[in-house]
Design a protein around this ligand. Structure first.
Ligand code: DQA
Length: 172
């Protein structure tokens, strides 16, 4: 696969379609389409293709993740939203396809309610960005691109290491 043909995915979980109007004091006023178009531009500037997908349905996200292998997705930027704290099914799908991913949260989940502190994804993720608002997606995408460049250059990228690291169960 050439670098220019590499495909990066952005996946958004439930209620993120409401960004812009949803609890702006927590999630800010940027709409999801603005986040996605910014990420598409960033990818294009670096010669990557980018596809974004949002769903309010756990099964739809699982189905999408299962397609990542056959679509030859090189990296995923994922905000699982509320499924962060509940979805073994989505976690298992990511473990099954073993595509490296970075977990993103607009808000700082560690400064909020106790139930938000547990993530079913963080121990599988290459990295986690939380609390920086929409720029967090951008930073995650930049890290993904850097990581892929590293692997193209023959370096041992953190992403590749993380994708093959032993997987632990999340702590309860
Ligand atoms: C979120 C944090 C989650 O706890 C919450 O359920 C969301 C959004 C974030 O981006 O800050 O829907 O993932």
């Amino acid at each position: 696969m050439t670098t220019s043909s590499k495909l990066l995915w952005v996946l958004h979980g439930p209620n993120l379609n409401l960004l812009g109007t949803r609890e702006p004091e927590v999630y800010g006023s940027t709409r999801l389409d603005e986040i996605d178009s910014g990420l598409a531009r960033l990818c294009a500037e670096h010669g990557y293709r980018c596809e974004s997908f949002q769903s309010n349905h756990e099964g739809a996200l699982v189905d999408r993740v299962q397609q990542a292998r056959e679509r030859e997705v090189a990296f995923i930027v994922l905000n699982p939203a509320a499924f962060t704290h509940t979805s073994v099914a989505l976690r298992d799908a990511l473990a099954a396809v073993a595509v490296p991913f970075i977990e993103v949260h607009l808000s700082n989940i560690h400064r909020r309610e106790a139930f938000r502190r547990r993530s079913y994804f963080s121990d599988l993720a290459v990295g986690v960005v939380a609390g920086l608002g929409p720029i967090g997606y951008r930073l995650a995408m930049q890290a993904a691109i850097e990581s892929l460049r590293g692997s193209a250059a023959g370096a041992a990228p953190a992403a590749a290491e993380a994708a093959h690291a032993p997987r632990r169960a999340p702590r309860g």
